[in-house]
Design a protein around this ligand. Sequence first.
Ligand code: NAD
Length: 271
Amino acid sequence: TISQTITLANGVEMPRIGYGVFRMKEHEVAVDGVTEALKAGYRAIDTAAIYQNEEAVGEAIKASGIDRSELFITTKVWNADQGFDNTLRAFETSLKKLNLDYIDLYLTHWPKPTLADTYKAIERLYDEKLIRVPGVSNHHQHHLEEVFAVANVKPMVNQIECHPSLSQDALRAFCAEHNIPVTAWAPLGTGIVFTHPVVKNLAEKYGKTPAQIVLRWHLEIGNIAIPKSVTPERIKENLDVFGFALAADEVAAITALNTFHRTSADPDNFD
Ligand code: NAD
């Protein structure tokens, strides 16, 4: 069995399935989505300064009445705010917008030439106990190595694009060697794989939806996943992936669907 949380390098427990809120800029949409997710049992929310919904996320959190200690909130420093001082300032702004007094996980959103200074600021926030976990996003192995060269504390999560069409085998193996769990963004990919016979047949076999098969695959390969939906039934369905298991050969068959297909830019060419 796979438990609902994963233990990070410093002992902090992070939910294996979180609720992603990208492309939910409209205030009411974001408040409703997060409210629905918290009601469905999600305890992790993945936002970012650039998503322009940190206030809405904060509002839904407060209104939920759920104890802060039960929640795991992730946000990210945007590219234009990188660098040591800028990152500290950007963090203050995010904290205020979220109406919180600490963040669980703070990430460098994309690697830029300033990634080392940015990470040092994240480390400072960790030393000051303003964040519980330092991390990065969209970092290839060579970006992680740049971070390692300056880090006193290694990042404890790398959030990268990962789904059956981009299974990220090499980067996942490198991260695993360094005890850095991968959080999969766009965990459902483009949805192309929902109609692939491998996924469809497994959905029939287990009486699950294709999305649940894909999310279970993430758990089986050791990932954290942060699916996004604004539809209440799908929000519930995406969290309901702990009650069944895929066999090793089934996991391998899904991993083999990899076509190196990215839904967005390669981190080496992102501007
Ligand atoms: P996703 O894989 O979570 O979802 C893609 C689409 O699948 C959704 O828009 C929805 O229409 C559909 N869907 C969701 N649940 C479904 C279900 N049960 N059945 C059928 N269809 C379903 O992709 P995403 O929203 O791009 O990524 C998820 C989260 O990852 C984002 O909300 C954000 O928090 C994070 N993210 C991070 C980065 C980064 O650079 N770090 C980039 C993109 C996204």
